[in-house]
Design a protein around this ligand. Structure first.
Ligand SMILES: [Mn+2]
Length: 265
């Protein structure tokens, strides 16, 4: 149906440049809500706004995030505001985990120094914001799309409830001994994952967009001045094959480089 519709559209626009449809083929019908999964936000509120506009976010769309919502970037509070407006859900990122570990609590000694990456939001967070971070799960399953969202990655062939939380929030590759590592490597964990469910993840800005057989990496380094990316699926549709994956991926450019990629993870 997808290719037939596209062919029809080409016919209709014969002779003119055919714009790539912004919302796949499901926008025109106006009946099917979509699932939108957004890459690492890192406080990039203006880009989040632009991305939602680009994909014509509508009431009924379900919005998910791969985590690392507020650290490093210019406007973490703005990100939280927009995510609340659209009723988004997110998994826990490594920076979100660091943040909730330093939540001020009665009877608990305050941290000596808030890490630089979190200093921009630390004093602004209200109790309901801290609650939001406390509630972030390590993964989210979307059975209707046969996919799972994690922040960083998984060790192949290990059941999800046996995965190390550190792996789910920090993994990028495996070292020479096969040990999970947060180090960047040309061969990422996702290249070695050949199972179901399909996994949508972030945390690897250096690799940018990753289109693997059974996984899609959507940390395209917005906070580092590159792009913010979303994967958009029609209701009850699995992630398409590698060849067609790009048809469901949409990006907007960063307005600035807010952080240095080489300054840490
Ligand atoms: Mn991360």
């Amino acid at each position: 149906m997808r290719s037939a519709q596209r062919a029809g559209q080409s016919e209709f626009f014969k002779g003119a440049a055919v714009p790539r449809p912004l919302c796949g083929d499901y926008g025109a019908a106006g009946v099917m809500s979509r699932t939108i999964i957004i890459g690492d936000l890192h406080g990039c509120a203006a880009e989040l706004d632009a991305l939602l506009e680009r994909i014509a976010h509508a009431a009924g769309d379900r919005v998910y995030c791969v985590g690392d919502l507020v650290a490093r970037g210019p406007d973490g509070m703005g990100v939280l505001r927009i995510l609340r407006q659209v009723g988004a859900r997110s998994v826990l990122g490594n920076h979100d985990a660091k943040l909730r570990a330093i939540r001020p609590r009665k009877g608990k000694k305050p941290v000596d120094k808030v890490p630089n990456a979190l200093a921009g939001v630390y004093d602004k967070l209200k109790s309901e914001d801290w609650d939001l971070f406390d509630a972030l799960p390590l993964y989210l399953d979307l059975p209707e799309h046969e996919l799972r969202i994690v922040h960083a990655g998984v060790v192949p062939k290990v059941p999800i409830d046996e995965q190390d939380p550190w792996v789910l929030t920090n993994l990028r590759s495996f070292d020479e001994a096969g040990k999970p590592s947060s180090k960047w490597n040309e061969v990422t964990w996702a290249a070695t994952y050949h199972e179901r469910p399909h996994i949508v993840f972030g945390h690897d800005a250096r690799s940018r967009l990753q289109i693997h057989e059974c996984a899609t990496g959507i940390d395209t380094g917005c906070v580092y001045g590159a792009e913010l990316t979303a994967l958009v699926l029609p209701a009850a549709t699995p992630a398409p094959s590698r060849a067609e994956r790009r048809d469901v991926l949409f990006s907007v450019p960063a307005r600035a480089a807010y952080a240095d990629l080489n300054a840490g993870s």
